[in-house]
Design a protein around this ligand. Sequence first.
Ligand SMILES: CC(C)(COP(=O)(O)OP(=O)(O)OC[C@H]1O[C@@H](n2cnc3c(N)ncnc32)[C@H](O)[C@@H]1OP(=O)(O)O)[C@@H](O)C(=O)NCCC(=O)NCCS
Length: 175
Amino acid sequence: MSLFSPFPVLHTPRLVLRKLVDNDKEAVFKIRSNSVVNKFIDRKIPSDISDVEDFIKLIDELVLKNEGIYWIIENNNEVIGSIGLRHFNDNLSYAEIGYELHPDAHGKGFMSEALKEVLQFGFSSLNLNEIEAYTHKHNKGSINLLKRFNFKLRPNKKDNDFENNVIFGLLKNEQ
Ligand SMILES: CC(C)(COP(=O)(O)OP(=O)(O)OC[C@H]1O[C@@H](n2cnc3c(N)ncnc32)[C@H](O)[C@@H]1OP(=O)(O)O)[C@@H](O)C(=O)NCCC(=O)NCCS
């Protein structure tokens, strides 16, 4: 069974959250290679467009296999970032969330607007019970965003891959 077909396009007052397509590669490259965006993210930074083409294939597969969902965030027809859910557990009650905005779009409430809609999608449409976020302990923008939505620090949980990460969680009935 395909969870994400047709692809769930989401709308907010200022944003459209839609499927990633090949045409997005330049915009995605700009975001994923930006040093401000990557400051607190431990990942391979794309060095050219072909790295982004590989990334788009990876996301396509992830979505096709029901292993995750990834939305491009658009404001006024301009790609400003992305948000996604992945690492579902077997009974689809748990997922991890990730998000990023180009620095030109920071400080305008765009991610709060996108996150609100994605939480609603996760808890209502997918019927998840818990959503977690792994974030660098000094990533103030990300931590403030999570706290705004009542995510709670999970002090006993550790990210074994990245020791500087802290883990926040939100239960469906804690929103
Ligand atoms: C994490 C990240 C998306 C947060 O971005 P952000 O712009 O701070 O978050 P929002 O879009 O929700 O905007 C909230 C800010 O806009 C302000 N704002 C302005 N207009 C607003 C509006 N209409 N509605 C809500 N907030 C508004 C808020 O006051 C807040 O500013 P403050 O943090 O100075 O108080 C961003 O820092 C980012 O992309 N970082 C790089 C990638 C990253 O680290 N991702 C996380 C990996 S775990």
